[in-house]
Structures are given as C-alpha cells and as structure tokens.
Design a protein around this ligand. Structure first.
Ligand code: S3P
Length: 448
C-alpha cells in the first residue's frame, strides 16, 4: 500500500531530448506555512499557486479541524479565514498528517501554546519519524506530549494553558524544529528566541514578518539568532507561492543527463536557503542559466534554463551547504552517477530521518542499477560512471518516499535499461503532476 491507496508501480525508459517549459507546482514549505499562518491571522488570507499535493491538503484539513475556514477556489487559489493567534479550537477528530513531517511538526508548534488537546497521526513513514526534536523544545513552553516509544506518532499534545517564552538552540539543523518553536512562541508572552548554528530555510521568518509579527534575525558567534515578540495580531496576507525549487530539481537534473535537452522552469523560488543544489550542479559542470532574477512577495525567484551537460564531473559537496539542498541529495546522487569521478557528500546525517532513510534507499537502489556507492552514518560517495555508463535494469523500492521514487524514475531516463519503482504513489504528496509534466517534456514514464 502507498500512503493514500494501493501501490503504483512505475517504469522509466531511456528517452530522447527533453524540451519545453516545466511549470512545476508551488513550493511545499511555503504552502504549508501560508495555510498555518493564514489560520493564525485575523481575517482572510488569499493564496495563489498553492501546492495541491497531499501533504499540503492534509495541512488544509488540519487547519479546518482547528477552526479556520479554508476554501479551495480552484486553479491553485485558496483562502483561509483565520481565527487569530491563540484562537485555535480543539479538534473533534484525530489530525492525520499523512506523509508530512513539515505538516505535523509545524502544526504541533502552532497549537502548543493554546489550552487545547490534539492527537496526531500519519502514515507508516511519518509514524516512524522522530518527534522528540519538536516536543522537547515545546515542553519548555509548558506543553505536554504523550506519544509512542521513541517519541513517535500517534501522539497527543496538551497545549500549555499558561505558556512562558523560550530561548532554544536547535540541536540539529532543522527548519521544521525552528519553525515549530517560533509558531509556539506566537502565543507566549514576551520574546521567544531560536538560535540555529547552521542557517536552514527561512520561509517562516520571512512570512512571520510579512504577517506583521515583530521578528529580528541577527548573525552571532553562536549562529543565527531569531527573536520573536509574542502575542502579535497577525494581519491577513495575499500570498503568491513561487514554484518549488525542490520539485524543479527533477526536470532540471533530467535535462542535464539526457542528450539534446533544453528545459525552462519559469518563476522558481531561489531563496538562498534552498538553492544549494543549483550551485553544486554548476560546480559539476552543469549548463544552467538564471534569467529574469527578481523578488516577489519577499522571496527571490528566476526563470531557470537547464541544458544537456555531457561533461559533468564529480565533486566534494561542501558540508556547510547541506541544509540549503537537504531534499535534493537523492536526485543529486542520480546526476553524480552520470558524472565522471566521485561525488562525495558529507555532513548529511539528517538524510537518515527523512520520509525514508534516504542514504540507504538511494545507495541500495543505485547499487542494484550498477552504480558503486559507499556510505557511512553521515556521508556517502557515488562513483560516477560517466554519460551513457549506467546500466539500470533493476526494480527499486521507494519506501513511501516521493523523492526516492522520482529520483529513480529520472535515473531510468538516461540508463541503458529501464528502471522500475515499486510504488510511485507517494509522488502525489509533493508533485502531483510529475507524470504528465515529465511526459510533455519527452520522458517515457509509465504506470505498470
Ligand atoms: C522543511 C524542512 C526540511 C525539509 C522538508 C521541508 C520545511 O526538513 O527536509 O522537506 O518546510 O521546514 P527538516 O526541518 O527536518 O530539515
């Protein structure tokens, strides 16, 4: 079974040049935040370009359960009539966040300082993932959490009735943890401070400021210090969600490894805390050009053109870049397989606790398809086989992980023999139009 239905086995065959425009869907991180902050504002927030992937739909449903009015107006236009900071109602049902770590962790933070009780669950992947990284700092506000052993879902959260502000240094580089603490800090009096040693995606900070919260960010010897003044009245916003660079990564990487390709991805978000993959690909010799660089709604964006790049070289990816490309390592490892030389990826322990253990999932699937991979607790190395050098031919498991499924379907596009994925169902969590979009560009991806 996949997250929301029976398994969908898929096959990807070697294809010709990819050409055309890839209108990838809205950014997943920004979409979750737009719904949650919209629900915490007083009045109506309007959202255009919302990602209508299952992860975000599950967050929309959750916001309704907490009392917000969330309306789908069609064609990616949504509105959220918020209940204000501290205005969440107690949900009458269990909150099912499906496959989404971002959804569950941010919503736990958002409700943690209201005097209500909520029980959270998810699919088999999410129910394995660590939640103590969020419930530990939430306990400092006075929030109580009762979950399964190891801090796993299903879990019941008792919001603090008399929350105190918190000063917290995140022990792992995680935007979800940072954001959960900031969202909880909204309904605590005084100043909540989050310190992160390594910068992670800063959409929460940008969007909180946009909604009118008093928030400052300073760089210090200890890292990035984010200070939020509690109990603001959030003002509703009009938000246009940029296209997701993490989804754009798939057609972009496919174009780089497929002969004759030339693909344009318009209006993609290029927030520097998200754009590490593109820097890495350029260092590997990728033919990428950024056109019409601009800023919209507080987020930088551009039109990105990717062309076939026959001379890709393996590189050592700087570990300090990991946070800005954390979701892109699966597809980077596919590009690395078609490069010459080794691609070394260090400082990536977090990959072990994503929707799947992404180092294990990619390493084992690449090996089955004829690529040599070494791995350790927080590193892995892919031995490139050069353009035309990957045999393929194997069936791999996606482990309920959308990015693993998509990465292997990209591998099949340039391998000698087709690559099969046991379940492409999870792709719908983040990139529901992946198959038609890739087919229009020229991919040969089919359901079995
Ligand atoms: C996300 C943060 C990252 C990322 C995830 C989305 C977010 O997770 O992997 O896909 O929207 O805050 P971590 O916070 O676990 O690094």
């Amino acid at each position: 079974m996949s997250a929301h239905g029976p398994a969908i086995p898929m096959i990807s065959r070697k294809c010709g040049a990819l050409t055309g425009t890839a209108e990838v869907p809205g950014d997943k991180s920004i979409s979750h935040r737009a719904l949650i902050l919209g629900a915490m504002a007083v009045g109506e927030t309007k959202i255009a370009g919302l990602l209508e992937g299952q992860d975000v739909l599950d967050t929309a449903k959750a916001m309704r359960a907490f009392g917000a009015e969330v309306t789908d107006h069609g064609a990616g236009r949504w509105s959220v009539h918020g209940v204000g900071v501290g205005g969440f109602a107690e949900p009458g049902t269990v909150i099912d966040c499906g496959n989404s770590g971002t959804g569950v962790r941010l919503i736990m933070g958002a409700m943690a300082t209201s005097p209500i009780v909520a029980t959270f669950t998810g699919d088999a992947s999410l129910n394995k993932r660590p939640m103590a990284r969020v419930t530990d700092p939430l306990a400092l506000f006075g929030t109580q959490a009762y979950g399964r052993s190891g801090g796993r879902l299903p879990m019941t959260i008792l919001g603090a009735s008399d929350p105190v502000p918190v000063r917290y240094t995140t022990p792992v580089p995680s935007a979800q943890v940072k954001s959960a603490v900031l969202l909880a800090g909204l309904n605590a009096p005084g100043e909540t401070v989050v310190i992160e040693r390594e910068a992670t995606r800063d959409h929460s900070e940008r969007m909180l400021a946009g909604f009118g919260a008093e928030l400052s960010v300073e760089d210090s010897a200890d890292g990035r210090v984010i200070t939020l003044k509690g109990q603001p009245e959030l003002r509703p916003q009009e938000i246009t969600v940029p296209r997701d660079p993490s989804s754009a990564a798939f057609p972009v990487c496919a174009a780089l490894i497929t002969e004759g390709s030339d693909v344009l991805v318009p209006t993609i978000g290029l927030n520097p805390t998200r754009a590490g993959l593109f820097t890495t690909l350029q260092e590997m010799g990728a033919d990428l050009t950024f056109e019409n660089l601009r800023e919209e709604g507080g987020e930088p964006m551009a039109d990105l053109r990717a062309r076939f790049s026959p001379d890709l070289r393996g590189i050592e990816v700087p570990p300090e870049r990991a946070a800005s490309m954390i979701d892109e390592y699966p597809v980077l490892s596919v590009v690395a397989a078609f490069a010459t030389g080794r691609t070394v990826m260090r400082g990536v322990k977090e990959l072990r606790v994503k929707e799947s253990d992404r180092i294990e999932a990619m390493a084992s699937g690449l090996r089955l398809n004829g690529v040599t991979v070494e791995d350790g607790p927080d590193w892995w190395i892919v031995e490139g086989r050069g353009h035309g050098g990957v045999t393929g031919g194997a069936e791999v498991q996606s482990h309920l992980d959308h990015r693993i499924a998509m990465a292997f379907l990209i591998l099949g596009m340039a391998s000698t023999r087709p690559v099969t994925v046991d379940d492409g169902g999870p792709i719908a969590t983040s990139f529901p139009i992946f198959e038609p979009l890739m087919s229009r560009l020229g991919a040969q991806i089919e359901r079995l």
